[in-house]
Design a protein around this ligand. Sequence first.
Ligand code: SF4
Length: 310
Amino acid sequence: MKYVYGPVPSRRLGKSLGIDPIPSKTCNYQCIYCQLGKTTNFTNDRKDFYPKEEIFEEMEKSIILNKDKFDYITFVGSGEPTLCKSLGELILKAKMLSEKPICVITNGSLLYQEDVKNELMLSDVVLPNLDAGDEKLFIKINRPHPSINFGKIIQGYIDFRKEFKGKFWIEIMIMKGINDSKEELIKIKEKVDLIKPDRIDINVPIRPPVEKWVEIPDKTIISLLNEIFEDYSNINFPEMGTFDVYSSDFEKELLSIVERHPMRQKQIIKTFCSDNFSKEELLQRLNKLEFNKKIKKTIYNNQIFWKLIN
Ligand code: SF4
């Protein structure tokens, strides 16, 4: 499968069947914490990057194949999904194929645009991020395309929330020394109060970020978060679930997951090891893939991660 992956365990969505209509790594942001690596196609133009019929075909196959094995169909992947011009059509197609809720994980930058707003109205859950409370910090953290304006984004969130009948969950990425001071957190909270999301998820960079200097905040931040945000869902725990694999081709299956989702070594062992495939053999295969320059090992937060070389 080229456009559909999973079901994968998700911190917020249980088991999620991922639809990825965007080539790696196409985005209108260059977030300092991005787990997908550098933005190689930095664009703010919406277009179809692949023939939509091909995506429809894979969605249909995969939804039938995985019937009852997932909780959500999620548009997410190797970049910003709202840059896909046919996103609305893809959401409608997914709705025709399954009764499961449709979720879009987005950076939220284009929600103020009428076309994107109308397309996302068709979904059931929208998860945008908000990592800064003012333009200066927004530029520092998300490094947006020059045509993107912070004020418009916030107004886009406010307007979308008012009209949207589904769930609107905002995720805030908190990083040490970047946006974890009381002053910056209060500024973010002021914007959140204007937007009125259904839920706030606080996240920290648990997977290796593109910029090595990005760090997880100290645990002492929790009391400050409690004081400022009061009611939030702390999701600062790595997923412990296993990924579903469709074939015995270890290399193909592993690469299709780590392309969108750097994996902890422990999670790879849990997903792939069996009576016929020992941990030692698996580690040898990982080292061989690294030797062949397909994946690379990264130590982050005292854990071994494997990610795609890009
Ligand atoms: S984290 Fe998301 S929005 Fe930010 S650069 Fe990566 S893909 Fe784009």
